[in-house]
Structures are given as structure tokens and as C-alpha cells.
Ligand binder design. Structure first.
Ligand SMILES: Cc1cc2nc3c(=O)[nH]c(=O)nc-3n(C[C@H](O)[C@H](O)[C@H](O)COP(=O)(O)OP(=O)(O)OC[C@H]3O[C@@H](n4cnc5c(N)ncnc54)[C@H](O)[C@@H]3O)c2cc1C
Length: 362
């Protein structure tokens, strides 16, 4: 007889980690499965160093529970205000270590790394088995709706025209401050004149180091570094410890659930009677030329995410969170940030457990 888990979570990024820990903390036997060798997902492995979506305009936490707890576990410095929004600077290695620590501290949680989603069996509108394990409920946190695709549930997609990829890498030995937009403009202008696609530089926790988000191709990074060293004061000795560059994809796939959260609802700061998470991040889109467009909520406002946006239609025991939650192309451009992924993940874990508590025996 194959092993049985109450809840299976696919994807060990911010959303999947939160979902798995929250589900297992209810006492349900939970399996967290990822094709990667370790937990962390985009937040732990792509070079990102700012956790967005945790705070309101005043720098206060929007969500209690796991999002707050995880932020506490990786905090080394206070949140930073960047323009109109607050972000938490972090180190990717600390993100990965904290993820592992939460997993180890959760007794009912089992992990399966290097385990791509293989076969999913549905009977009577329920997933009954996944990768050979008997399953009570499933949470798709794959970022690309892998479970939904496997069982034929309809999805929406973002693409590179509004969610362009970027090459993210650290740049050390920079002796120049980048505190204001004017500071940044002095660097970006010569780069643009030289024909490079846009680069976004952010300070990180290491003194003299920046995190670069480059909208060009990975092969262009060495030329970009050479140009910076030769032409931009303060960057003469800059270098990156990373030697193999790759692009990280912003685009993903959203499962159509019982409520599709829309960009209009986000910007109108909509509330819901079945709200399970809150977010205030602007609708942040990146066009193919690597230019960002930010549409903000009214000052001081936040929007809510309803439980129905974490529940699939047709397949009764399928839930989703993070980049795969039920949202349109504009709404996900806000809700995809990691603070929101942590909050929706934790909510999906509890919803899946509640579903099993109330579900009649199959
Ligand atoms: C260039 C770029 C810059 C960004 N900047 C920021 C930022 O500064 N701050 C911020 O908060 N957010 C930022 N984001 C957004 C944010 O990082 C992601 O949207 C968020 O991390 C998504 O989390 P997730 O848990 O939903 O998915 P992911 O972190 O993508 O995790 C999905 C997991 O599912 C696994 N998986 C996928 N398919 C399968 C399969 N078939 N079988 C098994 N496992 C599978 C993957 O291996 C992965 O571990 C950025 C994103 C990009 C691309």
C-alpha cells in the first residue's frame, strides 16, 4: 500500500513553505515536494535581497502569523522605505537557512526534494493520488500551476510583455551611495547611452555591495560590468562573486479559482467577507524593454485576498497560493511579491486542513 499524506504542497518557495508549515501545524500529515534540492524557491535562490509586500504605508506588518514569523527569522536590519513602499532587506542564504529551520521544527512535515511533479490521479472531482502517494488535499505553490495543468484545471498566464525576466546578481566593491533617484540617474544615463538595457540597483545588507536587476540577456552581464568599471565613478573596482548568470522569470500561471482577484479590486483596496490575507504592494509591471510601471493603491490603503481565490473550481480538494493564486494579470503583478506569497501560503495551508476537517469521507 502506498504512503498516505493528508496534504501535499507542491513548491518549496515562500508560498509553499508557508503552506506546508501552516498545514502541518494543524496536526495534518503534510508532504512538501519540490524539484529543487532544497527549500527557498525564487526568494532563496535567485539572488533577490528585498522582501516586499510585508508592510503597509506606515511600515506596519499587514499580516500576522507565518509571514510575520518568517520575516522575524530573517531580519538583520530594520525595514527600509524605498519611495512609497517599505521592504525588508535580507540575505538569500539566511532565507534558505530559515526555511530549513522552520521545516525541521515542524514534526508533521515530511519533505521530498529533487522530486518533480510526476503523476496526479483524479477521481470524482478530487485528487486522490500524487507522485504515488495517497493524498487528502493538494496545494499548488509551483508558481506555474503545475498541478492544475496536470489535472486540466483552467489557468490564466502572465508573459514577458508585462512581467519581463531579469538577471539578478550581487555587485561588490562599489564605493558610491545610491540613496536618491538622482544618484541612480547619474549611473543609468551613461548605461542607456551606451545601449545597455535598464538596470535596477538596490542597496543590500553587505556594505559596499548592491543587488543588480538587469533587464538584458545573461550574456551581456560581463560587458555591463566592464562598462561600469571603465566609465562610472565609484564602480572602478566593482565585481560580482557570481560567474554564471541566468535570467529569473517573473511571469507565471494563475489557477482560475472560485474568485478571480482583479487589478481593479487591488487598486480600489477591495475588502471581502472571506478575507484571509492583506496586501498593499502596487501593481508592478515590467515591459519587454525592462521599464517598470507602478500603479499604487490610495495612500494608507490595502486590499484583501478572499479564501475563494485560494480554492480551485471543479477539483474540490485543490488549493493554491503565491504566484499561482486566482488573480488576473494586473492583480498578480501586486500579489506575487514574497510577503504576500507567505501570507497566502499560510492561509492556503489552514484552508486545506479545514477542508479535510469538514469534508465528508470520500
Ligand atoms: C526578477 C525578479 C525580481 C523580483 N523581485 C522581487 C523583490 O525584490 N521582492 C519580492 O518580494 N519579490 C520579488 N519578485 C517576486 C517573487 O520573488 C516571486 O513572485 C515569489 O518568490 C514567488 O513565490 P512562490 O512561492 O509563489 O513561487 P517560487 O518561489 O517560484 O517557488 C515555486 C517552487 O515550485 C517548484 N516547482 C515548480 N515546478 C515544479 C514541479 N513541476 N515539480 C516540483 N516542484 C516544482 C520550484 O522549484 C520552486 O521552488 C521578483 C521576481 C523576479 C523574477
Amino acid at each position: 500500500m502506498s504512503a498516505h499524506y493528508d496534504i501535499a504542497v507542491i513548491g518549496g518557495g515562500a508560498a509553499g513553505l508557508a503552506a506546508a508549515v501552516a498545514a502541518a501545524r494543524t496536526g495534518r500529515a503534510t508532504l512538501l515536494l519540490d524539484k529543487n534540492p532544497a527549500p527557498g524557491g525564487t526568494g532563496g535562490f535567485s539572488g533577490l535581497t528585498t522582501l516586499c509586500g510585508l508592510y503597509d504605508d506606515g511600515g506596519n506588518h499587514l499580516n500576522d502569523g507565518f509571514a510575520h514569523e518568517f520575516a522575524g527569522a530573517i531580519t538583520e536590519a530594520p525595514p527600509l522605505k524605498m519611495g512609497r513602499v517599505w521592504v525588508l532587506p535580507y540575505r538569500p542564504e539566511k532565507f534558505r537557512a530559515a526555511a530549513q529551520k522552520f521545516i525541521s521544527a515542524t514534526p508533521r512535515l515530511t519533505t521530498a526534494w529533487n522530486s518533480p511533479l510526476a503523476d496526479v490521479i483524479v477521481a470524482d472531482h478530487r485528487i486522490i493520488s500524487l507522485n504515488g502517494f495517497k493524498i487528502g488535499a493538494v496545494i499548488d505553490c509551483s508558481g506555474t500551476a503545475e498541478v492544475a495543468r496536470a489535472v486540466g484545471v483552467e489557468c490564466l498566464e502572465t508573459d514577458d510583455s508585462t512581467q519581463a525576466p531579469a538577471v539578478v546578481f550581487p555587485l561588490s566593491h562599489v564605493t558610491r551611495e545610491l540613496l536618491t533617484p538622482a544618484d541612480a540617474a547619474q549611473i543609468l544615463l551613461p548605461l542607456a547611452r551606451a545601449g545597455f538595457p535598464p538596470v535596477n540597483f538596490q542597496s543590500n545588507l553587505d556594505p559596499g555591495s548592491l543587488t543588480a536587476k538587469f533587464s538584458g540577456a545573461p550574456e551581456q552581464v560581463p560587458a555591463l560590468l566592464e562598462f561600469l568599471r571603465a566609465n562610472v565613478p565609484g564602480f572602478e573596482n566593482c565585481h560580482s562573486l557570481v560567474t554564471r548568470f541566468s535570467a529569473t522569470r517573473r511571469a507565471g500561471r494563475m489557477i482560475i479559482g472560485q474568485h478571480v482577484l482583479t487589478g481593479a479590486e487591488v487598486l480600489a483596496a477591495r475588502t471581502f467577507p472571506d478575507a484571509v490575507a492583506r496586501c498593499a504592494w502596487p501593481v508592478e509591471q515590467w515591459n519587454v524593454a525592462g521599464k517598470a510601471s507602478l500603479r499604487y493603491l490610495p495612500p494608507g490603503a490595502n486590499y484583501e485576498i478572499p479564501a475563494r481565490s485560494l480554492r480551485a473550481v471543479k477539483v474540490k480538494n485543490l488549493f493554491m497560493a503565491g504566484k499561482t493564486l486566482s488573480a488576473d494579470v494586473d492583480a498578480i503583478a501586486s500579489a506575487r511579491v514574497m510577503g504576500c506569497c507567505l501570507a497566502t501560503g499560510a492561509a492556503a495551508g489552514k484552508l486545506a486542513a479545514n477542508f479535510l476537517d469538514s469534508a465528508s469521507p470520500a
